[in-house]
Design a protein around this ligand. Structure first.
Ligand code: DC
Length: 195
């Protein structure tokens, strides 16, 4: 079975939790594509070389989840050659036998426009910043500023900007618990698998 679930949206909207739940429920492989950009940024040196030589160990580092790594990832993600170096791996993952869930910014638009299910998961910047702050701590105002800065860069870049595909299902999680949002995503995937 070739079956791709594309889950896009801004930072801290709940994409990761939803993606993992969808993958576990339906037995699909999961790729957190943000981790690729985080690993490129944290590896250091020339970002294009880093993207071309990324290894499994780079992806297994335990310092990828920090606020700084997220900001740095957003900066290297603007570079077209970095995106190009990561494209084939993501495309092959998306169409692998057995089905896959990928979460990121451009999965439904660029990596896998033919995905069988596309979700765009979002929430207000304030709600997302609060969630990130609960997870990582720090200064709340700084976390909100970082979230807004990252949104602007990810949505404003020329190459593969973050945006909802025309045929994506919008899931605004501002007023939903993650459990409620996950239920909606699971229902959408179940429907596509049945149809
Ligand atoms: O999802 P995340 O917070 O781990 O992503 C970190 C950064 O990586 C994000 O701000 C922009 C970039 N990114 C991207 O450009 N395209 C993707 N498919 C995933 C992430």
């Amino acid at each position: 079975m070739i079956f791709t679930v594309a889950i896009d949206g801004p930072a801290a909207a709940g994409k990761g939790t939803i993606s993992r739940a969808v993958a576990a429920r339906f037995g699909l492989a999961h790729l957190d594509t943000g981790a690729l950009y985080r690993a490129v940024a944290v590896k250091g040196g020339d970002p294009v070389t880093a993207a071309q030589t990324l290894t499994a160990e780079d992806l297994a580092r335990d310092d990828l989840r920090s606020l700084e790594a997220g900001q740095a990832a957003s900066r290297v993600a603007v570079i077209p050659e970095v995106r190009a170096a990561l494209l084939d791996f993501q495309r092959r993952f998306a169409r692998r036998e057995g089905g896959a869930v990928l979460d990121g910014r451009d999965i439904g638009t660029v990596i896998c426009p033919e995905a069988e299910v596309k979700l765009f998961v979002t929430a207000s910047p304030e709600v997302r910043a609060h969630r990130r702050w609960l997870e990582l701590g720090g200064d709340q105002a700084k976390v909100l500023a970082a979230v807004k800065e990252r949104d602007a860069r990810d949505a404003g870049r020329a190459d593969a900007p973050m945006c909802a595909a025309a045929d994506a299902l919008l899931l605004d999680t501002s007023d939903l618990t993650i459990a409620e949002a996950t239920e909606q995503a699971l229902a959408a995937v179940a429907k596509a698998l049945a149809g």
